[in-house]
Design a protein. Structure first.
Length: 381
């Protein structure tokens, strides 16, 4: 059969060469339009139909490509964006795929633009006459910031495949549950004065001390109340991440800010966390009414567990000779839950994600192609 698209390496190179950085810093944030266009071109060369949708209020785009018709089928998903990079710590060009000692270096090689090169490689070898159920390829925007691409897809998509697989770098392990993430900034606005007379001001550090006591009590409560032994850290965690306050030694501290994060396990919802935080801090907030500002930071991701009554996990486990596991990092899976049972499985290690000199170990290449070949055939051919 004549090959309709360039070689795996050529495609891999081209995907890495287009910067698609997502950042909360507007100066670093980039559109993913060129990447989506390139990916769409490869897929339309393989006879896929392409839909590109702009994510509302952004300059970013989601792409859904499909081939085959009817109900069910398989959706393979990856995010099109990467994190930003620190040029002082990278020793290679982040946008040039560089192979040294069986490692392929570049920003997004594992997390996760590289995944699309694998999919294209597998898809280019499939005889389209054998396709009985639809194959969907989804590329989302803004996964690394607010997951707005996945959230928009969830609300706007009408397709209902039998299974979704997100190709995040799991070292080709099958992940069917992961923790969530929510973070807060707590600001205490006291009032300053000379330290020689405490009654001249309101010391924000002292109020923050009370807040921290209550948060630590909540941290203990979460650990006692919730448990899931499938996780390496089998309970919801809370981290007091940073604290800033005060300046001169002889001045009452007026402003103190604390940032915290909580990582829930499945069964503890984001709403429950919000309620617990409010309850725990209620008495302090009441006492100091307008001096405490509680703000959610970034966008929260719920914990995820693939619904058990669907046996999709078992099918993929058996097919790939894998036992499903859990992960401590977040993915877009909670937002795809309503569309179809979602699993996470992909090439490369999460240890290289978001790191300088990100790379894919070449030992993943052939096994990944084999695994996705099997999966696509099982669900769609
Ligand atoms: Zn990722």
């Amino acid at each position: 059969m004549e090959r309709k698209i360039p070689s795996f390496i050529k495609i891999y190179e081209s995907l890495i060469s287009i910067p698609t950085i997502s950042s909360h810093n507007k100066l670093l944030d980039q559109t993913n339009k060129n990447f989506i266009d390139l990916l769409s071109n490869y897929l339309s060369d393989l006879n896929f139909s392409i839909k590109i949708n702009q994510v509302p209020d952004t300059n970013k785009f989601n792409m859904l490509a499909s081939i085959g018709s009817g109900d069910g089928g398989l959706l393979l998903s990856g995010h099109s964006d990467t994190v930003d990079f620190d040029e002082n710590t990278w020793t290679k060009d982040p946008f040039t795929l560089t192979e040294i000692d069986n490692k392929f270096y570049g920003l997004g090689t594992v997390d996760m633009k590289g995944f699309f090169a694998f999919l294209l490689e597998v898809l280019s070898s499939i005889n389209s006459k054998k396709i009985k159920k639809p194959i969907y390829i989804l590329s989302t925007a803004n996964e690394e910031t607010d997951m707005s691409g996945a959230k928009y897809f969830m609300t706007s998509s009408i397709i209902r495949p039998d299974c979704i697989i997100i190709g995040e770098p799991t070292s080709l392990e099958l992940i069917n549950a992961h923790k969530g993430h929510i973070s807060y900034s707590i600001q205490v606005v006291g009032s300053t004065g000379h330290s020689s007379n405490p009654d001249d001001g309101v010391n924000s550090i002292e109020i923050m001390h009370n807040i921290i006591e209550n948060l630590i009590s909540l941290k203990k409560y979460l650990k006692q109340k919730y448990e899931n032994k499938k996780f390496s850290v089998p309970y919801p965690t809370m981290n007091l991440s940073s604290i800033h306050g005060g300046d001169a030694i002889n001045r009452i501290c007026s402003l103190c800010t604390l940032n915290i994060e909580i990582r829930p396990i499945p069964g503890l919802t984001l709403t429950q966390i919000e309620i617990l935080i409010q309850e725990k801090l209620q008495s302090i907030i009441q006492k100091w009414s307008n001096r405490i500002i509680l703000k959610k930071l970034y966008s929260a991701v719920p914990a995820y567990q693939c619904c058990k009554n669907k046996n999709v996990t078992k099918i993929v486990e058996k097919l790939c000779s894998l036992n499903s596991k859990t992960a401590n990092y977040c993915t877009e899976a909670p937002f795809f839950k309503k569309i179809a049972p979602t699993l996470i499985l992909g090439p490369g290690s999460i240890r290289q994600a978001h790191q300088p000199d990100e790379y894919l170990d070449s030992s993943f290449i052939q096994p990944t192609i084999n695994v996705f070949n099997k999966i696509i055939h099982k669900f769609c051919c």
